[in-house]
Design a protein around this ligand. Sequence first.
Ligand code: HEC
Length: 133
Amino acid sequence: MERLARQVMLILGLLSWGGSLWGAQDSTEVSSQPDRQPGEGIYQAHCAECHGPSGHGDGPRAALLAPRPGNLVSAATSTKTDEELLAIISRGVPRTAMRGWEGELSDAEQRKVLAYIRSLVHFQAPTQTPSPP
Ligand code: HEC
């Protein structure tokens, strides 16, 4: 029982921490940190609210959108070329909440944010050959 209470407290704590981090309009805490990757600051400032902090399409605004923002770590996105994704980032996706960013982000910034999205995908080769059926 006491353990359950502790877990509930932990979850509540995480929720309010997440809420204050992503809910607040000025994400100074996030953007003032040095970029681990070029483009991370841009991503966290402009894209994470929908696409989620690590690109899984689970940002705080995602649940309110139809269609929901894509999982950028998915095969569907990863297999698109840089040109295709840059065109989407600059012009947006028609009839979705994904607007074009060309007025707001320079070409260089769009490339940086794309590089950051690519860096979120961690390809892992299977360590073992699966046994034959
Ligand atoms: C208001 C919510 C919202 C914001 C903010 C947003 N997106 Fe999107 N994004 C979407 C939605 C909705 C889609 C369309 C669904 C889809 O294609 O997965 C989308 C699609 C995309 C796609 C296409 C994925 C694919 O495989 O076709 C890319 C790339 C993308 N967004 C990148 C970004 C980047 C980079 C930013 C920040 C500069 C950003 N988005 C900001 C909602 C958002």
